[in-house]
Ligand binder design. Structure first.
Ligand code: ADP
Length: 461
């Protein structure tokens, strides 16, 4: 397994290697073709030059050639790789580079041939015959031999090889830079990733109270770090909830069990007479325990994961009215006023479970609103959802308790709740059922002014 650092550095180097190779290939091809056409053109110019230089060496009055000057032209040409033979008007040879300096000619020809072979060009020395004229009169002829179709002088050759050396230097230094850049970048990426992996490992080992800063500026890595932080947070919350749940269940069970234990013990020991009143009190404790177990079962069933909904098109307003009818007795006992308004709103919901939700919210409103209070229910419809609002003028919920009331076994005011008798499960069930419908439930409250629960059901589901 290769590390991220190695992989990134290698990838960087590969990219640079490919780029430099492509650049080298194209620049070489381009330079070669440009160079060849330039050199071919220069050769023609050079030949023209030799011809005109030679023509100037003929004296048309004396009909003689200046052999010394012809030799100078011939030697200059030879230096540049052109081997010439000059003939007069009647075809007699007046100067021949090979006759003049055989060794030099051979040396130059070998030099050019080997250089061109090294360059990779195919070709050989070929002779081209030209007529020499002066003022339109034929004065002789010349044979020019040179390496064709074109050849490179030593200067040209140096130019091409220094170009290649430069490309080599650029290539090697780019490779080096890319390797360093790759390493730096890889380290920047790898470090937060390694750190995140390390933190994730700690989370897996059960250490949730960690939040860390990655020190990176890369968006994806920041997202990763914040996801891991969220994960730690969520797990820590779950863990706390689980602990509290266990503690709460134990606490809830302990009180009735202790009462039952002492009462029955007293009766067995004969300290207490088993009067119907005492047995009734024991029976009530047993009923409370039974209710708690039932609540726990209800909660388990309402868990949105295994909650099966039996949806039908239902008018939420009508359903609300019918559920509220069951509270007529309690409402009049506490002298509470109930107002329900809104328009019929048909939505696809599980009628029984939604009825349960409304019952729960209504029962809380009744429970936590003192005598003479007011409960206001409304059903509204928007383009995409149906909204049910249940508002009471009761005790309200302290702001710091609001985020927790939908959690299992959460009770905002424990002492108050002892009297009202709830176990803190109702709202947890409400939330599960509504979540299973794809809806939402939120609570707003001002202590001593009242609470408002807003439930939304999406129309599309
Ligand atoms: P409980 O069975 O204790 O009523 P719930 O889950 O229904 O449990 O509610 C959780 C807590 O939220 C309650 O203990 C109570 O403190 C608070 N609560 C819920 N509804 C209201 C309300 N309408 N007014 C004031 N407090 C409320």
């Amino acid at each position: 397994m290769r590390s991220l650092k190695t992989q990134l550095s290698l990838a960087f180097m590969l990219v640079v290697l490919i780029t430099v190779s492509i650049i080298s290939f194209f620049s070489n091809t381009l330079v070669s073709s440009q160079f060849e056409s330039y050199i071919t053109k220069t050769q023609t110019q050079r030949t023209d030059h030799i011809l005109s230089d030679l023509s100037l060496q003929y004296n048309s009055f004396t009909h003689t050639w200046n052999i010394n000057a012809v030799r100078t032209v011939g030697m200059d040409a030879l230096e540049e790789g052109y081997i010439i033979k000059v003939y007069n008007r009647v075809g007699e040879n007046i100067w021949d580079a090979e006759n003049h300096d055989m060794t030099e000619c051979k040396h130059i020809m070998d030099d050019i041939t080997s250089r061109m072979k090294e360059y990779g060009a195919t070709g050989n020395f070929a002779s081209h015959k030209y007529t020499l004229t002066q003022n339109g009169q034929e004065i002789g002829s010349v044979t020019v031999s040179y390496f064709g179709p074109y050849f490179l002088t030593e200067g040209d050759f140096d130019f091409i090889s220094s170009l290649n050396t430069m490309l080599m230097i650029v290539g090697v230094s780019s490779l080096l830079f890319s390797f360093i850049a790759g390493l730096i970048l890889a380290r920047r990426i790898a470090r937060p990733v390694t750190k995140t992996a390390e933190i994730a490992g700690q989370i897996a080992a059960g250490k949730y109270d960690i939040q860390f800063e990655s020190g990176t500026k890369m968006k994806e890595l920041l997202d990763l770090v914040s996801s891991v932080n969220h994960l730690a947070n969520a797990l820590s919350k779950q863990e706390n909830l689980r602990k509290r749940l266990t503690a709460d269940v134990a606490h809830e069970l302990r009180t009735p069990l202790a009462a039952l234990g002492t009462h029955t013990e007293a009766m067995i020991d004969g300290i207490w007479q088993p009067t119907p009143a005492r047995l009734k009190s024991c029976h009530e404790e047993i009923l409370r325990l039974g209710k708690m177990v039932m609540d726990l079962e209800r909660l388990e069933r309402a868990d949105s994961d295994n909650l099966k909904l039996d949806k039908t098109l239902t008018d939420l307003l009508a359903l609300t009215r019918s559920v509220c009818e069951n509270f007529a007795g309690e409402l009049s006992n506490k002298n509470l006023r109930l107002d329900i308004d809104g328009m019929p709103a048909v939505v696809s919901i599980d009628k029984d479970r939604t009825g349960g939700v409304i019952g729960n919210l209504m029962s809380n409103a009744v429970k936590y609103t003192s005598k003479g209070g007011h409960i206001q229910i409304s059903v509204r419809e928007t383009d995409s959802e149906v909204v049910l609002t249940i508002e009471d003028s009761g005790a309200g919920i302290p702001e710091n308790e609001l985020p927790f009331i939908f959690e299992r076994f959460y009770r905002a005011d424990k002492s108050r709740n002892r009297n009202t008798g709830g176990a803190g499960i109702g709202l947890a069930i409400v939330k599960s059922v509504i979540a299973a419908h794809g809806g939402t439930v939120v609570a707003q409250s001002k202590p001593n002014k009242g609470s408002k629960f807003v439930v939304t059901f999406p129309k599309s589901i």
